[in-house]
Design a protein. Structure first.
Lengths: 203, 203
C-alpha cells in the first residue's frame, strides 16, 4: 500500500485543503480535487479569489451578529421583517435553518455561542449586552429563545429568560417534542418525556 | 419554504461554488461553506491562491500525460520505476488508484479518454501517437492495457493491442473477474461469466 505520491505537490495541497472540510475523508478529498482540476481557469480564478477575500467580505452584522457582507445582514436590512420579534440563536449557522422553516418573520440575535461554565464560557462572552441594548430601544415585544434543546442550550435560555425579563416583553421558548412525521417508536426517552410533559389540550 | 436569502452574497457564491463539486447537494454545500467561513484568513488566502493558480501550476506530463507540476510527472521523474513496462490508462484519475494497489512498478501512459465512435471520439483524439513514439524508443518490453472493463474500455484495449503490436513487445490486459473478498452471490452475471471463461488451473 503506497501513498498517492503520483500526484504533483499542488494537487496534494488541494487534497489536503479539502480534507479540512467536515465529513470529507481521504478518498472524497481526492475526488473533489480531481473534479476541481477539470474546472475552467476562470472558474478556478473566481472561486479562489472568493475564498481569499472572504475575511474582508464577510463579517458580523453590527446589530444582530448574523453573517453580513456590509454593516447590516440581509435580515436586518429588510424593512419587511417584523421588528417587534427577535429570535435568539446560538450561532449564525442556525439563521438559515430557521429562515427555511418559514416559521419566523422577525429579526434575529446571534449570541455567538452558549453558556458552558466548564469550558469557561460565561454570559459576558456572548453578545448579551448587545441584545439588552436592542431591548432598551423599546420596539421589541417578544423574544423567542431558540438556543439548543440540550443541557447547555436550556441553561442559556433559562439564564436569558431571567436576566432579560422586563414589563411588556414576552419571552418564549421554541417547543421541544416529537419531530413532525416521526414514528414514536424511534423517539428517544428524553424527547418523549418532554413531549408528554408539554402536552396541550386539543379539540 | 424560503430560499436561504439570509446569507450575504459572498456566502451564496461560496455555496454555489461547492455545489459544482460531485456528490455535493444544497445542504452539504451550505455546510461546507459555513465550515470554510471558520477558517483563518491565512488558510483562506492560501487555499484561494492555490485554486486560482492551479491552471498555471498543474498540467500534463510531457511524456505520459499524467498530472504534472513540472515538465515531467512524479512517476516519470522517478528513476527507480521500471522503464520497461508501461501501464495504459484512460485518465489521470486512474494513476493514483493503481499506485495505491502496489501492483505496478513501471511507468504510465494516459490516453486522455477512450474510443467512443458514437460520441465522435476516435483514436486520433487520444494520446496514441505519443505512446507509439515511446514504444519506438525500444526500451519498453510490456504494455499493460488498463482501460475500463466496459464495452468502450474493451474496444479501446482491442484497438491498441492490434495497432501497437510489434516484435519483442508483450501486450497484456488486466484481469476481469470476481473482486477479491467478494461474495459470489453479489457478482453480476457479466463479471461471473468472464471470471468463469478466464478460469485458470490451480494446484
Amino acid at each position: 500500500m503506497q501513498s498517492s505520491s503520483s500526484y504533483p505537490e499542488a494537487v496534494e495541497q488541494l487534497i489536503a485543503g479539502f480534507r479540512r472540510l467536515p465529513g470529507v475523508g481521504a478518498r472524497t478529498a481526492e475526488r473533489l480535487a480531481l473534479a476541481v482540476l477539470r474546472w475552467t481557469p476562470e472558474e478556478l480564478h473566481d472561486f479562489g479569489l472568493l475564498l481569499a477575500t472572504l475575511p474582508e467580505r464577510v463579517g458580523e452584522c453590527r446589530v444582530c451578529g448574523n453573517l453580513a457582507e456590509d454593516d447590516l445582514c440581509p435580515v436586518c436590512r429588510d424593512p419587511a421583517r417584523d421588528q417587534s420579534i427577535i429570535c435568539v440563536v446560538e450561532n449564525a449557522d442556525q439563521v438559515p435553518v430557521i429562515e427555511r422553516s418559514g416559521g419566523h418573520r422577525g429579526l434575529y440575535h446571534v449570541l455567538g455561542g452558549r453558556i458552558v461554565p466548564l469550558d469557561g464560557i460565561g454570559p459576558e462572552d456572548l453578545r448579551i449586552g448587545e441584545l439588552r441594548a436592542r431591548l432598551d430601544s423599546g420596539e421589541v415585544r417578544e423574544l423567542v429563545l431558540a438556543t439548543g434543546s440540550d443541557i447547555e442550550g436550556e441553561a442559556t435560555a433559562t439564564y436569558l429568560a431571567r436576566e432579560l425579563r422586563r414589563p411588556g416583553l414576552a419571552i418564549t421558548r421554541i417547543a421541544t417534542g416529537i419531530p413532525v412525521g416521526a414514528d414514536l417508536a424511534f423517539a428517544d426517552s428524553a424527547t418523549l418525556a418532554t413531549a408528554l410533559n408539554s402536552r396541550r389540550p386539543v379539540g
